[in-house]
Design a protein around this ligand. Sequence first.
Ligand code: GLU
Length: 488
Amino acid sequence: MRLRVAPSPTGDPHVGTAYMSLFNLAYVRQQGGQFVVRVEDTDRARFRADSEQQVYDTLRWLGLDWDEGPDRGGPYAPYRQSERLQTYRPHVDALLRDGHAYLCWCSPSRLADMREDQQRRKLPTGYDRMCVGLDRDARAALPGFQEPPVVRMLVPDDPPMHFVDLIRGDVSAPRPDDQVLLKADGFPTYHLAVVVDDHLMGITHVVRGEEWISSTPKHLLLFDWFGWDRPVFAHMPLLRNVDRSKISKRKNPAARLTWFVEQGYLPEALRNFLGLLGYSVPGEQEIFTFEEMSRTFDWSRVNTVGPVFDLDKLGWLNGHYLRKLSEGDFAERALPFLQRAGLVADPATREELAAVGALVPLVQTRVAILSELPDLVRFLFVPEEAFALDPVAAGKALTPAAAPVLSAAADALEGAATWTTPSVQEALDGALLEGGLGLKRGKAYLPLRAAVCGAAVAPPLPESMVLLGRDRTLRRLRAAAALARPGG
Ligand code: GLU
């Protein structure tokens, strides 16, 4: 069994590439066989040089690995279509010779006029076969002539318009147009290259997105004309936004795979999430590993109703996977986010690593994605002179009424016997709650948190103070008290 994913390097890798890879891999790892990455870079206008490497990086980050590909080699190399150009030409010549294809010299502007005319007259759009049966000179005498010609397929009167899909059963697709197979620049179109390469690379199962269903009849024709076995097809549902529109990189940042890396989603969470989009493991539990998905994989469990890309759900899953990490693993994954925010040096010093380690128990349950971390812990890492109160939090919390609370807290902490969580807690409670100022803890802590952490949302207060140290804590409390006092 041989399966493949065939990304086109046209920019930031699309989340669909990971989605297809996941389902291809779940099946091929269960069945035993190879998974191939083939780079479909024949669209030179949309080609982007750094895109291919990003595909590799993001798929590897997701733990989705392949057996053969441009970067790995393999028995069917090369795996980049731009390096296979000489492979396609003889196949085109065979189709021309057998009368399954013809040369077309129609210029782009003639084709545009033709299409416009068809639309205006409400006719089905498609090539009108002006060039069929003409040789170069006969065609050159007519308008809208351009060299070099392209090669088009000559779709017969009774093309295949049905096929059996592993997920969908019997599928009917529209009648194909006389598709261009070889472009004027000598590059094959996707439709020719995909068929030639799937055959030559021994691909047995084509698992791809639903948007290719309408192209499948063209591919079936080509397989048949070449006398090759048709592969098995499975068309996965399109991923949709919450409003049911198709996910596109222009409209949704989450269509870009690199976005998930930047935001601090864990690869295991994203993998689980993508699996949940259209698949359910027996028992229907929502948390599952790739191994569980692959072991139980069954095409009949794939749902074709456009799965909705719900980031709330992904955030929930990510929180789950973050909490499951050991403290050491969490620290390791968190570190790059603190470094990128400029809070920790790269490489981190021993003291910084210790500080990050000490933080983990305070924050591990408090973030859904790792990019939320820097704002939560900035107060611990900023040099004292750069520490600034968030104006909104300060405006709300540092009212004149808060001034005595802040002062009382500072006085009590100054006299605390030791600087540990229990003694800090005891000192604060003694001064502020019953027996002291008589406040409720939530109310009493609000200005303290703003004063010490500079923000309304922060890790638990006594623990934060312990990590911050007595000197800095007192300095911040006294400064905030002065600010809160009337006229402060
Ligand atoms: N290059 C195509 C794409 O970017 C591959 C489609 C297929 O898997 O056949 O989606």
